[in-house]
Design a protein around this ligand. Sequence first.
Ligand SMILES: C[S@@+](CC[C@H](N)C(=O)[O-])C[C@H]1O[C@@H](n2cnc3c(N)ncnc32)[C@H](O)[C@@H]1O
Length: 213
Amino acid sequence: MITTEDEARAWLRALPECDDAAMTRLERLVDLLVEENQRQNLVSAGSLDQVWLRHIVDSAQLLPHVPRETSLPWMDLGTGAGFPGLVIAALRPELEVLMVESRTRRIEWLDRARIAMGLERSRIVGQRLEMVETCQVGVISARAFAPLDRLLTLSARFSTSDTIWLLPKGRSAQQELDDLRKWRHVFHVEQSLTDPQAGIIVGNLTGRKGKTK
Ligand SMILES: C[S@@+](CC[C@H](N)C(=O)[O-])C[C@H]1O[C@@H](n2cnc3c(N)ncnc32)[C@H](O)[C@@H]1O
């Protein structure tokens, strides 16, 4: 378990995707987030004391579940403050990361941050997910977006049989999966590295085992 800011940064530096340029992009994100959080309530003020643990690594821990050769777009639902979408894009800048967000001020923030971080391949999709044109993506992520059954109903149309789903669900992960009627068998819960009580729901709609860490 990663528990301190030093451990969080050390864990990141050990990721194969985290070269000096990626670390610079992430540091830029942290600076911008701290500044913007004084203007709009993006994340709880208390969480900024542990921003590397609570937001950066909490997002980056999804990456080891995705094969590095994946080249189809990564779609992040309800990116809000930038998590996990901007972190994934900072670490995999060659990927097209589509960040879906409906609130105007958050859309503006995400696009400012994306540009400042030099993320040319990524895109902010500034509309409600329900209105987004159907396309096929390689990965679907969503942190604190919607209850699992609603999330799956809203976004299954973007999934192929190979699409990897990565859904950080906090403490409710196992319960939400247990409550799910359809598709329950294709997902499993992975332990979060940043919170001993939290889980990440992982899977694809065929139930094939994906990459494990
Ligand atoms: C609780 S926040 C989580 C933000 C971010 N994923 C995080 O973990 O910090 C949920 C975000 O989803 C956005 N959202 C909610 N419903 C949406 C929808 N139907 N389409 C697009 N965005 C939506 C909200 O505007 C909000 O920014």
